[in-house]
Ligand binder design. Structure first.
Ligand code: KIV
Length: 268
């Protein structure tokens, strides 16, 4: 059953509701697979820049990237509520943000967009988007688009001022009209507190297990690359190794054909 913003919000309200499940996805065929599962939401994250395009940070991910990958995923997963990330710089002002949001939303056919941060400008933009009819998911804590400004990748909310700031950001995003909120690398007790204080669902990544839902980068979950996934992700498979074995089988197969040809040529 395809979700919508009302059903997503009700998963917060109904006691004992199943936690929301979200995975990133960047390509048509994986989207086809996810479309056949019980997964609740798909996120076409700007992490596509890291794991698919090999960029060093998501700062390099462009609007064109998100348009291409967002649309491919939506083609493969028409039945899944799909959220597409607004990339770095595309929502630096309300006017620019609104233009880019409409463009991305309309082109990809996503059901919602996500942006990182909770500044006054971003909250104003979120209000405008919801007026226009574009649902927005918020994202606070570790916000990779601000990696240089935040000074690296680390857990947020470890001290009182930081925790207070995150709580007020979460409330501001809810008041601006976000239908859900990603909490990335926020300490587990703070993520729990924020989840209890908000009326919209929270979706955690590296933020403990007391949020209203969980999200992971699918490439980490399936270990699709050579690097060790982040500590909070426990891979369920090793696709990198499987791909290596598959390629090696193919190489052996090709070599054996040559051997066969050679022996056939030399047979009198
Ligand atoms: O881009 C992304 O993959 C994300 C998740 C880490 C939440 O924003």
């Amino acid at each position: 059953m395809k979700l919508n913003t009302r059903k997503i919000k009700s998963r917060k309200l109904s006691k004992g509701a199943r936690p929301l499940s979200m995975l990133t996805c960047y390509d048509y065929q994986t989207a086809q697979l996810l479309n056949e599962t019980d997964l609740d939401l798909i996120l076409v994250g700007d992490s596509v820049g890291n794991v698919v395009l090999g960029y060093e940070t998501t700062v390099e991910t462009t609007l064109e990237d998100m348009m291409t990958f967002g649309r491919a995923v939506k083609r493969g997963a028409p039945d899944k509520f799909t959220v597409v990330d607004l990339p770095f710089g595309t929502y630096a002002t309300v006017e620019r943000g609104l233009d880019n949001t409409i463009k991305l939303f309309q082109y990809t056919k996503a059901e919602a967009l996500k942006l990182e941060g909770a500044s006054v400008t971003f909250c104003e933009l979120i209000k405008k988007c919801t007026e226009v009819g574009i649902p927005v998911m918020g994202h606070i804590g570790l916000t990779p688009q601000s990696v240089h400004q935040q000074g690296g990748y680390y857990t947020h909310g470890k001290n009182d001022p930081d925790a207070l700031r995150l709580k007020s950001e979460a409330k501001a995003l809810q008041d601006a009209g976000c239908f859900a909120l990603v909490l990335e690398c926020v300490t587990a007790p703070l993520a729990q507190e924020i989840s209890q204080e908000l009326s919209i669902p929270t979706i955690g990544i590296g933020s403990g297990d007391q949020t209203d839902g969980q999200v992971l980068v699918i490439n980490d979950l399936l270990k699709m690359g050579p690097n060790r996934p982040p500590n909070f992700c426990h891979p369920v498979a090793d696709f990198y190794e499987l791909k290596r074995q598959g390629v090696e089988l193919y190489l052996k197969d090709v070599a054996s054909k040559k051997d066969q040809n050679t022996s056939q040529t030399h047979t009198p």
